[in-house]
Design a binder for this molecule. Structure first.
Ligand SMILES: Cc1cc2nc3c(=O)[nH]c(=O)nc-3n(C[C@H](O)[C@H](O)[C@H](O)COP(=O)(O)OP(=O)(O)OC[C@H]3O[C@@H](n4cnc5c(N)ncnc54)[C@H](O)[C@@H]3O)c2cc1C
Length: 323
């Protein structure tokens, strides 16, 4: 049973979720067949070799010029080409923004069943079943995939990265396509620079209307900087343009699953919790002891954010200085 994983890169660097996916594939394969990583676009050999550390037996490098910028149509054709060539029975993709664009297309091209938002290893006794999060993480669905080829889109930050320390052969791949094989073309990619992407952040400092106004956000950013965390916010905060929409988490915003979520001056409405309740540890800071967030939080601080935040920031600074 060969397993193919799509190793998504950002400007030549693999995301953490890629290593989770390789380690996942390695665990599922358990030495029974090959784990093949497919990289699309320009990535240096030493970076490609990192994939072996977490379990890839082989790396297929599709680095033609027309694949320089991410394009969902072309990339899915390339991944499907690689999957057919390797005779892969499982294709593992991370359910990131670009993963969401390619996984259904790959499944369609391979005539494969797909499960997205996967949060479990497959159960193979009596069929092939995986668990996925549904309704913004409020429920689970156990789904059986009955097709011979299966596509699994994994929820990032759901699986441990386990080192396998293999060595992998790097082979050039060529799907024989050209830019003309896509109906759309990326003209320019502009990335927010210098910030930790929210969907990949392990630590998130988030704030709501309790911060009173955008002029007070330097306090949130200072704590985030010291912790090496990303910043997030509630919906009204982005609706009022205190913060960019890219930071809005919740039912109508981004769903995140960091190791630590610190919520400052956020009431904890169900629509907000829908996007953050899968965080591993939640700390809520609110001056209202009855705030609903305290029911969802692992730790709660009842107090005024304008008193509490400077104290936490100072304590984090002192801790860092000692470390
Ligand atoms: C269809 C729909 C979808 C929605 N989707 C989302 C979504 O995706 N994400 C989202 O966030 N919301 C969403 N909402 C809105 C949601 O219902 C809440 O209105 C919103 O989350 C409240 O934001 P908030 O907690 O920042 O503000 P508020 O409800 O105003 O709460 C502010 C909190 O700050 C506390 N506070 C005030 N001052 C201080 C202080 N000095 N120190 C400490 N604490 C203080 C208050 O006690 C209060 O608990 C949605 C609503 C609907 C109807």
């Amino acid at each position: 049973m060969n397993i193919l994983i799509y190793a998504e890169n950002q400007e030549g660097i693999f995301k953490k979720s890629v290593f989770e996916a390789v380690a996942y594939a390695n665990q599922v394969s358990a030495g029974n067949g090959e784990v093949i990583a497919v990289s699309v676009g320009k990535v240096a050999d030493e970076k490609l070799n990192e994939l072996a550390k977490y379990g890839a037996d082989k790396v297929l490098n599709y680095n033609q010029d027309y694949l320089g910028n991410f394009n969902g149509e072309l990339y899915s054709k390339v991944i499907a080409h690689a999957a057919k060539n390797c005779n892969a029975s499982i294709v593992v993709i991370s359910n990131t923004y670009s993963g969401k664009m390619v996984a259904p297309r790959v499944a369609a091209q391979l005539n494969a069943g797909i499960a997205s938002g996967v949060i479990s290893y497959p159960e193979v006794n009596g069929g092939f079943k995986v668990r996925r999060g549904v309704f913004s993480g409020k429920a689970f669905a156990d789904v059986a995939i009955n097709t011979s080829v299966k596509v699994l889109a994994l929820t990032p930050n759901s699986f441990n990265i386990v080192e396998a320390n293999k060595t992998a052969a790097i082979e050039l791949g060529d799907a024989g396509l050209s830019a003309a094989d896509a109906k759309t073309k990326s003209i320019e990619v502009a990335r927010a620079s210098g910030k930790i992407p929210l969907t990949e952040a392990e630590l998130v400092v988030s704030a709501g209307r309790g911060m009173k106004g955008p002029e007070n956000w330097h306090m949130v950013e200072e704590l985030a900087d010291i912790l090496g965390a990303a910043t997030a916010c509630s919906k009204p905060v982005s609706d009022m343009h205190w913060r960019p929409h890219s930071e809005h988490v919740g039912q109508t915003g981004i769903t995140i699953k960091p190791n630590l979520y610190i919520a400052i001056g956020i009431s904890g409405a169900i629509q907000h919790l829908a996007g953050v309740s899968s965080s591993k540890v939640i700390v809520a800071i609110n001056k209202d002891p009855e705030a609903p967030f305290f029911k969802a939080a692992d730790y709660g601080i009842v107090g005024d954010a304008f008193d509490v935040l400077p104290k936490i920031t100072a304590a984090a600074k002192a801790f860092k200085a000692k470390a």
